[in-house]
Design a binder for this molecule. Structure first.
Ligand code: NAD
Length: 487
């Protein structure tokens, strides 16, 4: 049962530099996943709230677009300074509302800071191209211009990093932004808005409208929203992409995943196991790049499973504020129910349950805990080998050859991240070419990426329009004008 805290914070929207109430007066609950305690009430805003925020952002855009790029970049330097100063506080907020371990939250805040550092390079990044004498007495120049008001819709699992993939880059390019954070983790976004304002952001540049599908639909339908950046689950990504594109908006939509780790017989098995433990069970398997299927090639399947089980047995489950803990709760009880359904399905479809994390649920009745779960003898046609589970569940598939392993990794609808562990450099290179994934790792965990490199997936993991981050991310937030000058 959830415990109501009398000091429960009631969040507001942030529009035009002011904290405002939602027009509809409805609220949802923000719950600490480790304790079940209600830590805040989040407005479930209306389309009217969205329209107010978009109109306000549009007004700010009219002046912000003309602010010189170096001055826009200076806002990012000031913001970066404040984020560094409040690093620990922000990480604690992530632990509180998302439940992940403090060390991971601290790393996530660091990734967010790196996004702002990249955005601060705007004066260089935004430079166009030119060519003199493209014909007699004609020069040509290419400039980048902002789009206008951009909407951002973000998931619960990275409350710091994903909003920071979006709004610093969009804003430094000259756009104004309306952010709709996940209604399950809205606290961090609220704090970011405060710090952005303290850094000197003009009123109306970053607006926050809390809520759920009504806010998303409000952004999709508003004609002054020129682009939508979305990160979340596959069905919602598809919906947002189709609806927003039909309205003529520019859309990038990053979505679900099924990330494979291929374990070759020549690898350092202990290292492979340690990577998989960290990738599969960190953040309770709720990272988009989490490993959820391991394909073991050759005769070492039993050895691998025994080692994986041994390390999983050693994991400490508990609150993210406990330094020794790696395995933290999943976001909500309803989400855990979905993961439990997958465990039932895995057994029903004939996989062998080597480690049953359900047995540890009774030790932590307050939060949404589920112990590390391992299935062996999984076949590629089983549901647990194909669908995104987004919980601490690993499916082990044993095969005879590298070719079979690649076929299995590619025979899923997703393609976000994949990793191979091997000492064979030639095979490792081959894997980077063969596997259908937006990020490929060699002798590394499937998780983790660089904030100034492009990020996204193939197949159903992303729309094939634009990637997030880096120069490619910047392209999403700008449009190009080509100018020809004759003399
Ligand atoms: P989600 O799809 O439930 O929610 C994402 C956003 O969409 C939230 O802001 C939510 O309010 C909104 N939303 C949810 N249902 C909606 C609906 N019916 N109509 C309109 N809007 C709706 O995703 P989540 O559970 O918060 O996040 C986990 C998912 O995000 C996983 O599938 C994960 O793989 C994915 N993810 C992907 C990446 C990536 O880079 N590819 C990164 C992080 C998370």
């Amino acid at each position: 049962m959830s415990v109501v805290n009398n000091d429960t914070q009631v969040l507001k929207n942030y529009v035009g530099g002011k904290w405002v109430d939602t027009a509809g007066g409805k609220f949802g609950e923000v719950i600490n996943p480790s304790t079940g305690e209600i830590i805040a009430k989040v407005p479930l805003s209306t389309k009217e709230d969205v329209a107010n925020a978009v109109e306000t952002a549009q007004k700010t855009f009219e002046t912000w677009r003309n602010v010189p790029a170096p001055k826009r970049a200076r806002l990012m330097f000031a913001f970066q300074h404040l984020l560094v100063k409040h690093h620990e506080e922000l990480a604690k907020l992530v632990v509180q509302e998302n439940g992940k371990a403090f060390k991971e939250a601290y790393g996530e805040v660091q990734r967010g800071i790196e996004c702002v550092e990249f955005a601060a390079g705007a004066p260089t990044l935004l430079m166009g191209e030119s060519l003199n004498n493209i014909a007699e007495e004609i020069d040509s120049e290419m400039f980048r211009f902002p789009l206008g008001v951009v909407g951002g819709i973000t998931p619960f699992n990275f409350p710091m990093m994903v909003p920071l993939w979006m709004f610093p880059l969009a804003i430094v390019c000259g756009n104004a932004f309306v952010l709709k954070p996940s209604e399950r983790t809205p606290l961090l976004a609220t704090r970011l808005a405060e710090l952005f304002t303290e850094a000197g952001a003009p009123d109306g540049l970053l607006n926050i409208v809390h809520g759920a599908h009504d806010v998303v639909n409000g952004l999709i339908e508003h004609e002054k929203v020129k682009a939508i950046s979305f990160v979340g689950s596959q069905p919602v990504a598809k919906y947002v992409y189709e609806q927003a594109a039909a309205q003529g908006k520019r859309v990038q939509a990053l979505s679900g995943a099924k990330n494979h780790h291929v374990v070759m017989p020549d690898c350092d098995m202990d290292k492979a196991v340690s990577h998989i433990i960290s990738s599969a069970y960190g953040s309770a398997g709720q990272r988009c790049m989490a490993c959820s299927a391991v394909v073991v090639v050759g005769e070492k399947g039993d050895e691998f499973v025994a080692k994986l089980k041994q390390k999983a047995d050693e994991l400490i489950m508990g609150s993210g504020f406990d330094d020794e803990v790696l395995l933290t709760p999943v976001i909500r009880k309803e989400h855990r129910d979905k993961v439990l359904d997958y465990i039932e399905l895995g057994m029903k479809e004939g996989a062998e349950l080597i480690r049953d994390g359900r047995k540890e649920m009774d030790e932590h009745t307050e939060g949404n805990f589920l112990g590390a779960t391992i299935f062996d003898r999984v076949t590629p046609d089983m549901t647990i080998a194909k669908e995104e589970i987004f919980g601490p569940v690993v499916a082990v598939i044993e095969v005879e050859s590298y070719e079979e392993a690649v076929l299995i990794a590619n025979d899923v609808e997703y393609g976000l991240s994949a990793s191979i562990v091997t000492n064979n450099l030639k095979l490792a290179h081959q894997f980077t070419k063969d596997v259908q994934a937006g990020t490929v790792k060699v002798n590394r965990t499937t998780t983790g990426n660089l904030m100034n490199a492009p990020f996204g997936g193939v197949k159903r993991s992303s729309t094939s329009t634009f990637r997030e981050s880096g120069r490619v991310g910047l392209e999403f937030f700008t449009q190009i004008k080509t100018v020809y000058i004759g003399y």
